[in-house]
Design a protein around this ligand. Structure first.
Ligand code: C2E
Ligand code: MG
Ligand code: MG
Length: 757
C-alpha cells in the first residue's frame, strides 16, 4: 500500500512548488508568445467590408483640434454618400459649424469617447472618460471604447457595454458590429490583419478625389495617432492605434466568449498523457497519441476561438512542458539504471536503493554466460537474461531481479540462519538443472552465489562486495561465497600493494630467509630454500602465502620472483665460494609459470650473473590452477634445459600429484609436511611416505621431506631412504648472515644436524 513517508511528502511539496512557480513564471509569457505567433502566422479574417477609416492629417491632429476642420470632413463624407460616421476624437470644444453638420446627419453620426488608460486597463478598471461636449450630441450618440490589456500591454478584451456614471453605453466595437452582443466581455478578433483595413486620408476625402467609394459605408474619422501612449499591442502585429481594436472587436462581437477553464484543460491533457505513457506499450501508437495530445494543446485554443470559446493556452503548455521534462528525466534515469538488452534494472539501480536492515544482497553469476551470448543472435540476448531472471525470482520469492554485466544477477532477500543458507542456494542452483531454451538454442548453466550480510555498509559497497564474492565462488567452483568484512579493511592496503612491494624490496622490509636442507647420504647441509619475508612497518610481519596471493592478484608476482632469483643467486654464489656444492631453491608461482616472458627474463638474469644454473632449484606447486598448462610445461622444460633443477613442491597435496609426476620434467619431489609430520605416530602416513619415496626413486627423482620437527621423524626418514630433509629440527628459516655464520661454525655444514629448534 502507498504510504506517505516524510521523504515522499517533501518530494510532493517540491513538485507542487516547482509546478506553481512554473505556472506563475511561464504561463503568461507562453500565452503572450502563443497569441502573437498565432495571429502573425494566420491573420485569416477579412475586416468588416463596409468600414473605412479616414485618418485625420497629422498636421491638424492636435488635442484641441479645430471642430470646424471636423465639420468640413463630415460635410465631404455626407456628400460622398457615407452611411454612418463615427468621430473618434476627444472633442471637448464644439463649434457652431460642427453642431450644424452633425444635425444634418440626422442621428447617423456618433462621437467616440475613450477611457484614458488604453494600454494599462485591467479587467475591471477602465479609467476615466473625457465626455464629449454635451451641446454636440445627445448621449445615445456617444459610444465608449475601452480595453483591458495584459502585462505586456497587449489588448485582450473589451465589453459589449460600459456603465459609466450610472448610464449604459454601447461599446464602440459592439456598435460597429453587424450582430452586436448583449452583455459581458467582448474579445476582439485579432485574426483581422490591421494593415488590411481600408483607409483614406482626410485630405483625400476633402480634395479632388472625393469620389471615393464611400457611398453606404460606415466611416470612422480617427487620428491614426503615432503617440505611443495612445497605442497598444495588437497580437501578431506590434503596436497599433486604438481604432484597430474597435474594428477587431466589431468582428468578435458575434457572441460573448465562453471561457473554457484552464484547470479542466490541464487536467484532461495530464490524464491523457499519463494514461498514454502507462498503458500504451507500442512505441508507434504511443507517439501518435502524444502527437495528438500536443496537437490538441497547440490547436485547441484556435479551434475554441473559432467556436466562440476562449481558452488560455499558457497553463496547458506549462503542464505539457513539465510532463515532457519528467518523461525525459525518467527515460534518462531508466537508461542509466537499466541493462540495455534485457530491460531489467541494473546494478546502478540496485545501488541507489535503500536496503532494509537485516537483508542480504545476493549476486548470482552464471558461468560461461558470455559464451552463451556469443552463440545467440543478438535479438535473443534480452530474452536469455529475462529467462534467467524468471528462474531466480521463483527461487528467491522476490519480484525484482537486477541484471548486471557478464551474467551477473542480483536481488535483496531476508537473511537466514547460516545452516539454512547453503541448502537454500543449493535449492536455487537446482532450478538451473534443466537447461535454458532460448529461441531454439539450448544451454546448460551453472550458478554461483555471492552474498553480503553487512547491513551497516552502504548499498553500493554491499553490491560490490557481493559481486566480488560471486566472482570468487565462480573461480573456486563453490556454490556460495560470503563476503567477509575483514577483507574490506584490507582492500585499501591491497590496492596500493604495487607501490608497497617496490618500496619493501628497496628498503629491506622485504627480505629472504633461508631454511637449510640436510643431505642424509653426505651428512651435511647441502642447500637451503629461499623463503620470502615481509616486515611491514605498519602491519608487522606478513605471512608469505598471504601477500604472495595478493601480489599474484595485483599482477606483481613477476617482479617479486625475479628479485628472489637475484638474491638466491647471491646466496648460491656466496656459499659455493667457501665450501662444497650448495644448492639454493626458489619457489615459482603458478601465476608466473606459464607466462611467455618467464624464460627470456630468467635467461637474461643468469647470463648477466654468469651463474651455474645447476646450483639453483625451482620449486613449482599448484600447477592445476595454471591457466595455460602446455605453455607451463614448455617453460619448465626450457628452464631445465638451461640447467635449473626442477622440484615438485608440496607433493601429496592437490588433486593432480601423480599427474605432475608423469607430466612435469622434474628432478626432485618434496613431500608435503602434512604427511611427514605424522609418520612416527600414524602407520598409514608412514606407508604413504615410504612408498612415495620408493616411487620417486624408481622415477629417478631426489626426495626431499619438509616439516621435520623432531629427531624421531628425522631418523625414520633416513631409514626410509629419504635423500634430503628440511624442517625446524634441522634449522628454521633465518637470515643469510645467520645461516652462513652457523654453516661456517660447524665446518661447512658438516657434523651434527642443526638442532636449534
Ligand atoms: P613452501 O614452499 O612449502 O615452504 C615451506 C614452508 O614450510 C615455509 O613456510 C617454512 O617456513 C615452513 N616450514 C619449514 N619447516 C617447517 C617445520 O618444521 N614445521 C612447520 N610447521 N613449518 C615449516 P613459509 O616461509 O611461511 O612459506 C609459506 C609458503 O609461501 C611457501 O611454502 C611457499 O609456497 C610460499 N613462498 C615463500 N616464499 C616464496 C617465494 O619467494 N615465491 C613464491 N612464489 N612463493 C613463496
Ligand atoms: Mg617451497
Ligand atoms: Mg612446501
Amino acid at each position: 500500500m502507498f504510504t506517505f513517508t516524510r521523504k515522499k511528502l517533501v518530494a510532493l511539496g517540491a513538485v507542487v512548488a516547482v509546478y506553481l512557480t512554473a505556472m506563475i513564471l511561464l504561463a503568461a509569457p507562453i500565452e503572450q508568445m502563443y497569441w502573437n505567433i498565432r495571429y502573425f502566422v494566420a491573420p485569416n479574417s477579412a475586416p468588416p467590408s463596409n468600414i473605412i477609416v479616414v485618418s485625420v492629417d497629422p498636421a491638424t491632429d492636435l488635442p484641441d483640434r479645430f471642430a470646424d476642420q471636423d465639420a468640413k470632413i463630415l460635410t465631404a463624407l455626407r456628400i460622398a454618400g457615407a452611411q454612418t460616421v463615427y468621430l473618434d476624437h476627444n472633442i471637448r470644444l464644439g463649434s457652431p459649424a460642427l453642431s450644424a453638420e452633425l444635425a444634418r446627419w440626422g442621428g447617423r453620426a456618433f462621437l467616440v469617447a475613450r477611457f484614458d488608460k488604453l494600454a494599462t486597463a485591467t479587467y475591471n478598471s477602465f479609467g476615466q472618460v473625457t465626455p464629449p461636449d454635451p451641446r454636440l450630441v445627445n448621449p445615445s450618440q456617444v459610444v465608449l471604447s475601452g480595453f483591458s490589456s495584459n502585462f505586456w500591454k497587449h489588448v485582450e478584451l473589451s465589453r459589449c457595454n460600459f456603465v459609466y456614471h450610472g448610464r449604459s453605453y454601447t461599446s464602440f466595437g459592439n456598435h460597429l458590429a453587424d450582430s452586436p452582443c448583449r452583455d459581458g466581455d467582448l474579445r476582439p478578433n485579432f485574426s483581422i490583419d490591421p494593415n488590411s483595413i481600408p483607409y483614406l486620408s482626410s485630405t483625400d476625402v476633402m480634395g479632388a478625389h472625393a469620389d471615393k467609394d464611400l457611398a453606404g459605408k460606415t466611416v470612422i474619422v480617427s487620428s491614426l495617432s503615432n503617440r505611443t501612449n495612445e497605442r497598444a499591442g495588437y497580437f501578431g502585429h506590434g503596436q497599433k492605434p486604438p481604432v484597430f481594436f474597435d474594428i477587431a472587436a466589431a468582428k468578435g462581437a458575434r457572441n460573448t466568449p465562453f471561457y473554457v477553464g484552464w484547470i479542466e484543460i490541464v487536467l484532461a491533457l495530464f490524464l491523457l498523457t499519463i494514461a498514454i505513457s502507462i498503458n500504451v506499450g507500442q512505441t508507434g501508437l504511443r507517439r501518435t497519441l502524444y502527437g495528438l495530445a500536443v496537437g490538441l494543446a497547440v490547436f485547441g485554443p484556435v479551434i475554441c476561438e473559432n467556436l466562440g470559446y476562449l481558452q488560455s493556452p499558457g497553463t496547458t503548455f506549462v503542464a505539457m512542458i513539465m510532463f515532457g521534462t519528467w518523461r525525459i528525466w525518467r527515460r534518462w534515469r531508466l537508461k542509466v539504471m537499466e541493462t540495455g538488452h534485457s530491460g531489467l534494472p541494473n546494478f546502478v539501480a540496485l545501488a541507489s536503493r535503500k536496503v532494509p536492515a537485516g537483508s542480504v544482497i545476493v549476486v548470482a553469476v552464471i558461468g560461461r554466460y558470455d559464451e552463451f551470448l556469443a552463440t545467440l543472435p543478438k535479438d535473443l540476448h534480452g530474452e536469455c537474461a529475462r529467462q534467467i531472471a524468471r528462474r531466480f525470482s521463483v527461487g528467491c520469492e522476490t519480484g525484482e531481479i537486477f541484471h548486471g554485466e557478464g551474467g551477473h544477477f542480483a536481488w535483496v532477500e531476508g537473511d537466514r540462519e547460516t545452516e539454512d543458507q547453503l541448502a537454500h542456494y543449493e535449492g536455487m542452483r537446482a532450478l538451473f538443472s534443466a537447461p535454458l531454451l532460448v529461441g531454439g538454442h539450448m544451454f546448460d548453466t551453472n550458478v554461483h552465489f555471492g552474498i553480503d550480510r553487512n547491513s551497516q555498509l552502504d548499498t553500493l559497497t554491499r553490491v560490490n562486495t557481493a559481486l566480488a564474492s560471486a566472482s570468487e565462488a565462480l573461480s573456486s567452483g563453490k556454490t556460495l561465497q560470503q563476503f567477509e568484512a575483514k577483507r574490506l579493511a584490507n582492500a585499501a592496503w591491497e590496492l596500493s600493494l604495487l607501490a608497497r612491494i617496490d618500496e619493501g624490496m628497496r628498503n629491506g622490509d622485504i627480505w629472504l630467509a633461508y631454511q637449510p636442507q640436510w643431505e642424509y647420504s653426505e651428512g651435511r647441509i647441502s642447500g637451503a630454500e629461499a623463503l620470502i619475508r615481509w616486515n611491514d612497518p605498519v602491519r608487522g610481519s606478513i605471512r608469505p602465502d598471504e601477500f604472495i596471493l595478493q601480489a599474484e592478484r595485483a599482477g606483481r608476482i613477476d617482479a617479486l620472483t625475479y628479485w628472489v632469483l637475484e638474491n638466491a643467486i647471491n646466496a648460491a654464489e656466496a656459499f659455493n665460494v667457501f665450501g662444497p656444492r650448495f644448492q639454493v631453491s626458489i619457489n615459482l608461482s603458478a601465476q608466473l609459470v606459464d607466462k611467455p616472458a618467464l624464460v627470456s627474463v630468467t635467461e637474461e638474469i643468469v647470463r648477466r650473473r654468469g651463474i651455474d644454473c645447476t646450483l639453483l632449484t625451482v620449486e613449482v606447486t599448484e600447477t592445476a590452477s595454471v591457466y595455460n598448462r602446455p605453455a607451463a610445461i614448455r617453460n619448465l622444460q626450457q628452464l631445465r634445459a638451461m640447467g635449473f633443477r626442477l622440484s615438485i613442491d608440496d607433493f601429496g597435496t592437490g588433486e593432480a600429484s601423480l599427474c605432475y609426476l608423469s607430466d612435469l620434467p622434474s628432478d626432485e619431489l618434496k613431500l608435503d609436511r602434512r604427511f611427514v609430520s605424522r609418520i612416527v605416530a600414524h602407520d598409514r602416513d608412514r606407508h604413504i611416505v615410504s612408498s612415495t619415496i620408493n616411487l620417486a626413486h624408481a622415477l629417478g627423482q631426489v626426495v626431499v621431506a619438509e616439516g621435520i620437527e623432531d629427531m624421531a621423524t628425522f631418523d625414520m626418514l633416513r631409514r626410509m631412504g629419504c635423500d634430503i630433509g628440511q624442517g625446524y629440527y634441522i634449522g628454521r628459516p633465518e637470515t643469510f648472515e645467520q645461516l652462513r655464520a652457523r654453516y661456517m661454525a660447524i665446518g661447512n655444514g658438516r657434523g651434527k644436524a642443526f638442532t636449534t629448534c
